[in-house]
Write a protein that binds this ligand. Structure first.
Ligand code: NAD
Length: 492
């Protein structure tokens, strides 16, 4: 651990000395008015860096740079784009340790997961790089006397707005397809965790990405974020964040008829029937709520368990939750690190207090944890004896807090599972295939895993229903968002 802390200090020194600058038209620049805000580490609450506080004027410059770079980037041959995106992936891999260490100290996520997150970022670039040459391909559709040719072209400069959770990996997931499609971008990262977005744009330009193709403006949601969504040169907004921010963005983008793609919040159920492999189901349920500190949109924050096995199963989960190692994010053994920021820690602790006052039972955790550095640690918490009407069962807590609710039969399980405003993911555990088909068909969620935790396959669609999102990412779905489809009809 000590060795890792020293290494992290080395990687973070540049941020402490020079701050986190914006990046516009190939230049690292401060905000036009010189303003900055401070970013702290959730490990010890000490400042990590001063961050450029961009506003409307900075966004305007960045949007103009993205617009100026667009015709050349859009016209670049697909194979050339593919080669360049692979170079970016190589460069990410070469700096994976630095990225992982910086991410851990900026977000509190443990090295155990962040080491892989950097590599997942590289994989995202490779995945979309390989599809760049065919991104424009359409179809030909015939009728009597006519042949129709459908083609696709990049929509133009786009805005990417990302949240503070796993910021590096998530940014690559949104940015790689935009670049592969031929769009230029302005990225506005989250204010709680801005460091690795800075590394990412640097890595991309060092790998040969032309200046102006990728611009970065730091700032707050209500100024930099808002200006980006309102800017007339920006044709679409790819957004990942809270559902209520999605509503704001839709409103802000209305005057310029912005195309939007939203990956929003969740209150995802894991549903366990008595005929499931209970040991596997318990491990998966624990993994899906407590890994990544529970700060994960696809986390299973509601545990619905068949009444016959409810006590036995929740006891198993509680026992596993109590054994999870909480600690310094750079300790290779740590699973749960500090939550991202004191403001978020307060929100999560408040929900724990709400759960207690609503009458649920704390079966594990339920309090702040006194971890190394004195940062924002919260014990993995399990509430039992809960019902779906409670706020801890309805609202997104976005921390290591699981609410367990019993059900008596399949109909009741489905009713409870669907009785929330969200619909991102669901996890079903049963050995009855017919029930699995019936249940998943009626479950309101964009992505469902049966007898499995969340395992991503990049060509499959990623996204949610209800308040959890609009649109899908992954495979060709990403290109559909970042591109315009055109139909040309020829008389024959
Ligand atoms: P947030 O909505 O508060 O902020 C996200 C981003 O939006 C930040 O960069 C912020 O500065 C910006 N923003 C805020 N107000 C804005 C405005 N008015 N106009 C433009 N931009 C604005 O979300 P967060 O707290 O950073 O992230 C956590 C949320 O993200 C959770 O709800 C989580 O479920 C969600 N999330 C969803 C997915 C998914 O794939 N569905 C993935 C990760 C996170």
């Amino acid at each position: 651990l000590e060795e890792n802390i020293q290494k992290a200090k080395g990687y973070l020194a540049r941020f402490a000395e020079r701050g986190v600058l914006n990046h516009i038209n190939g230049e690292a620049v401060p905000a036009l008015d010189g303003a900055t805000f401070e970013t702290i580490s959730p490990v010890d609450l000490k400042p990590l860096a001063q961050v450029a506080h961009g506003k409307a004027a900075d966004i305007d410059l960045a949007a103009k740079a993205a617009r100026a770079a667009f015709p050349v980037w859009a016209a670049l041959d697909g194979d050339a784009r593919k080669a360049l995106l692979h170079k970016i992936a190589d460069a990410i891999e070469a700096r994976a340790e630095e990225i992982a260490f910086v991410e851990c100290m900026d977000t509190g996520q443990s090295l155990k997961f962040m080491a892989k997150a950097a590599l997942r970022g590289a994989e995202n670039f490779r995945f979309f790089a390989d599809r760049a040459p065919e991104a424009r391909d359409g179809r030909s559709l015939r009728m009597k006397g006519q042949v129709n040719l459908t083609t696709r072209a990049p929509i133009g400069p786009v805005g990417i707005i990302t949240p503070w959770n796993t910021p590096f990996m998530l940014s690559t997931w949104k940015i790689a397809p935009a670049l592969a499609a031929g769009c230029t971008i302005v990225h506005k990262p989250a204010e709680f965790s801005p460091l690795t977005a800075r590394l990412l744009v640097e890595v991309a330009e060092e790998a040969g990405l032309p200046k102006g193709v990728w611009n970065l403006v730091n700032g707050l949601g209500e100024d930099a974020g808002k200006s980006l969504t309102e800017h007339p040169l920006i044709k679409a907004i790819g957004f990942v964040g809270e559902s209520r921010t999605g509503s704001l963005i839709m409103r802000q983008g209305a005057d310029t008829l912005k195309r939007v793609h939203f990956e929003l919040g969740g209150k995802n159920p894991v549903i366990v029937f008595a005929d499931a492999d209970l040991e596997r189901a318990a491990d998966a349920a624990v993994f899906m709520i407590y890994s990544l500190n529970g700060e994960r949109c696809t986390s299973s924050s509601r545990l619905l368990v068949e009444a016959d096995i409810y006590d036995r199963f929740t006891a198993l989960v509680a026992e596993k939750a109590k054994r999870i190692k909480i600690g310094h994010p750079l300790d290779p053994e740590t699973v749960i690190g500090p939550l991202v920021h004191p403001v978020h820690e307060e929100k999560v602790l408040e929900y724990i207090a709400i759960g207690k006052s609503e009458g649920a039972t704390v079966a594990a955790g339920g309090a702040k944890f006194d971890g190394p550095g004195g940062g924002c640690y919260v014990s993995p918490t399990l509430f039992t004896g809960a019902n779906n009407g409670m706020r801890i069962a309805q609202e997104e807590i976005f921390g290591p807090v699981l609410t367990a609710i019993p059900f008596t039969d399949e109909a009741e399980a489905l009713k409870i599972a669907n009785d929330v405003q969200y619909g991102l993911t669901g996890y079903l555990w049963t050995s009855d295939v017919t029930r699995a088909l019936r249940f998943t068909d009626a479950l309101e969620a964009g992505m469902i895993w049966v007898n499995s935790e969340n395992v991503r396959h990049l060509p499959t669609p990623f996204g949610g229903v209800k308040s959890s999102g609009i649109g899908r990412d992954g495979g060709d779905w990403s290109f559909d968002f970042y591109m315009e489809t055109k139909n040309i009809a020829f008389a024959t």
